[in-house]
Design a protein around this ligand. Structure first.
Ligand code: S3P
Length: 178
């Protein structure tokens, strides 16, 4: 394993990582690797099932392994699950990637726009626990994680009211300059 990604996308659920990642990969003519998909393929079960049967801690370990493999074995675009940055090992990996000149983009979004994208998605277990509504869960997680997204990223893009294509074109200019 000695490849490294052209771009890593991070940010909360509903920030557009998957859609932007696909458009960006098309523009750069590379493949996109989504760590949620990698975890599901490796585990042979959905993220919702992993959360329900094994719990979040186990999911985070599977996710960390998927991120490690992506950062060292994929030379296209990598889209991280929204909570991947909570794992200290993943933060350390991202810091090393950035120090070596890697581009990590934080896709920032308001809760309003995030909810339009994922507010009703039952496949996102962290939005559907306890008594709170999905938007409250999302805002709570985002308040905790915003400093971490900021810490691990080299660039920030606000995605409200912008299309995946326009966002991907901004990122291409950063890749061309790097
Ligand atoms: C999570 C985000 C999800 C997925 C899992 C947990 C989180 O990924 O990894 O449901 O903790 O924010 P997306 O950000 O791709 O929805």
């Amino acid at each position: 394993m000695s490849k490294r990604p052209l771009v890593v996308l991070c940010g909360p659920m509903g920030s557009g990582k998957s859609a932007v990642g696909r458009r960006l990969a098309t523009l750069l003519e590379v493949a996109v690797l989504d760590t949620d998909t990698a975890v599901e393929e490796r585990a042979g079960r959905s993220i919702a099932t992993i959360f329900a049967e094994q719990g979040e801690a186990e999911f985070r370990e599977l996710e960390h392994a998927a991120v490690f493999e992506a950062l060292h074995g994929h030379d296209g675009v990598v889209s991280l699950g929204g909570g991947a940055v909570v794992h200290p090992g993943t933060r350390a990996e991202l810091a090393a990637f950035r120090e070596a000149g890697g581009i990590v983009v934080f896709l920032d979004v308001s809760s309003r726009y995030a909810m339009l994208r994922v507010g009703h998605d039952p496949a996102r277990p962290l939005l559907h626990v306890g008594g709170r509504n999905p938007r409250e869960h999302w805002e709570h997680l985002m308040a905790q994680r915003r400093p971490v997204y900021t810490e691990v990223s080299s660039h920030v893009l606000r995605t409200d009211r912008r299309t995946p294509g326009a966002l991907a074109r901004d990122i291409v200019t950063w890749v061309e300059r790097a």
